[in-house]
Design a protein around this ligand. Sequence first.
Ligand SMILES: [Zn+2]
Ligand SMILES: [Zn+2]
Length: 264
Amino acid sequence: MAKLCPLFSGSNGNSYYIGSSGSGILIDAGRSAKQLETAMRAHSLEPSDLQAIFVTHEHADHVQGVRVLATRYHIPVYSSPGTLQAMEELGILNGKFPVEAIGENGVSICGMQVTAFPTSHDSRESVGYVVHTADGRKAAFATDLGYFSDAVFDAVLGCDAVVMESNHDVGMLQNGFYPYYLKRRILSNTGHLSNAACAGELPALAQSGTTRFVLAHLSRENNLPQLAYQTALCSLQTCGMQEGLDFQLMVAPPENLGEKAVLF
Ligand SMILES: [Zn+2]
Ligand SMILES: [Zn+2]
């Protein structure tokens, strides 16, 4: 059985642990190394057991802890060539830990196979990840999506567990205090996915076999956990799916000190 822990989620930092039987990987490390260590230990995970960090893109909320954590435990870091280049320019890659560009066939690590898929976001070469676990399960990590492209759809379809961005409520964003340029950026095709856009994709995923949904990367200013949750739930219920019976639905909290994990 695999364990997925959303350690941090949202504009203040993102990091997800996935693994089984004592070893695993992080998808993003967007908080300080100390905060990441504390969150992992709260889930009874040891940072020194980490086998790799996979980075989605170079924005601070995804890479903040990479340099210190990877240096401290000598953890290999993987990402797309463009993201690694951007991380190099930002001074994150210091030569003290292995770095590798992820190719088309992905990477095999601690019994898992990790593949990347392109996402549409205002960064150098952002990606999402699909993790094939040792016991034949699949989990997808799809956040920072300007829109839900065919590439994203193809990657997440059929996954047992899906971490999916549900960033903002469009009404809250439009009526909120963000400056116009920022609203436009978030709503653009290289920004972030709204609750409604996320919810609209869930029935197809549920019908493809997804039973665990984690709504992620919620905006603190332009969303409410209950709103994201209800929007997703309504969408899944309208296609006849029942919570608890056909699927589990969770909102990833901004900081998760051991309360929430997904087993699949
Ligand atoms: Zn970003
Ligand atoms: Zn982000």
